[in-house]
Design a protein around this ligand. Sequence first.
Ligand SMILES: NC(=O)c1ccc[n+]([C@@H]2O[C@H](COP(=O)([O-])OP(=O)(O)OC[C@H]3O[C@@H](n4cnc5c(N)ncnc54)[C@H](OP(=O)(O)O)[C@@H]3O)[C@@H](O)[C@H]2O)c1
Length: 333
Amino acid sequence: MEELKPYLELNNCSKMPIVGLGTFQCYGEAMEEALDAALEAGYRHIDTAYVYENEAAIGRALKRWLDSGRVKREDLFITTKLPNIGFKRERVEKYLRRSLEALQLSYVDLYLVHQTWGLLEQGEDVLPRDDEGELLLDLTTDLVGVWKGMEDQVDAGRARSIGLCNHNARQIKRILRAARIRPVCLQIELYLYFQQRELVAFCRALDIAVVAYAPLGSPGMVDVFTEMGGETDMIPRVDALADPTVLEIAEKHGRTPAQVLLRHTVQRGIAVIPKSSQPARIEENFQVLDFSLDEEDVDQLDSLDGGRKYRLFSGNILKGMSKHPEYAYNDPY
Ligand SMILES: NC(=O)c1ccc[n+]([C@@H]2O[C@H](COP(=O)([O-])OP(=O)(O)OC[C@H]3O[C@@H](n4cnc5c(N)ncnc54)[C@H](OP(=O)(O)O)[C@@H]3O)[C@@H](O)[C@H]2O)c1
């Protein structure tokens, strides 16, 4: 069986557990219960964001675990993200301080720039919109300036590592030219039908780790964004968990479709952050390091990559998003 390390070594020598818990759309008590189940199952890497509005619930669960001594702070890898309304160098500190307060932590292991498009800061609304439901875009977003604000957080000891989400190769190059501290990782949508081969190769050449969000194909995301008033017609209606090839490989190994999808990605050296609120699935999604896919399986799964047309989180799933000058997905990668 191919030996796979349970963590990725980042370019600043820290280690990120290769399987983490996603937490988008999980709130309150359900979030606390999910976190209990995850820590019980062995997860130490948790992915949240200011805009997920669940940092306080995560903080309560973490405090219980830390106070009881069942887990040590240095064994945890906690990630959160700067909200779009904070995309100005001078605002980064405020939002990270708020996240730390909610999480009841003195530092995060990883702080990420959540997106490439800034929003106007109008009170506390994390996704401010006009009367037609269009996002109130801040058209002056300066991604290099935002990055400098992120570097300030490492200097101040509030973030051990910093990284990016959803940036394209051109934007990453621009940031790298000005960076004093390099991004340790890029968090991007990546799943069976959208395997992001070019962007992964680009990051690998720069020693930037890749973290896959929506690694199961994010079932349910169409409903979530439709409910939020987004334009969801363009989202491809696909179900990677029900793909016949995936089902066949799952049966061959006596594993579940989710485990096959996650293993396929971690076997490429890419971290995954599947989200579930169900304890049995949380445990299932963590059990991907004790089996491996053979060359034939990998070839078959690789061949299902359909490229950009299978991107889920794009266009105007939040109304107006694609009108921003820094909207990342007009470039090929
Ligand atoms: N940086 C960004 O812009 C960004 C964007 C999107 C997501 N993310 C992060 O990435 C995480 C993962 O992405 P995601 O939540 O969109 O998608 P995902 O992890 O691919 O899919 C989550 C969905 O799959 C279901 N599920 C989980 N395990 C399953 C299993 N073993 N079998 C069948 N269904 C299963 C979950 O339902 P149940 O909960 O009912 O199990 C949930 O509906 C997020 O939670 C978030 O932390 C980041």
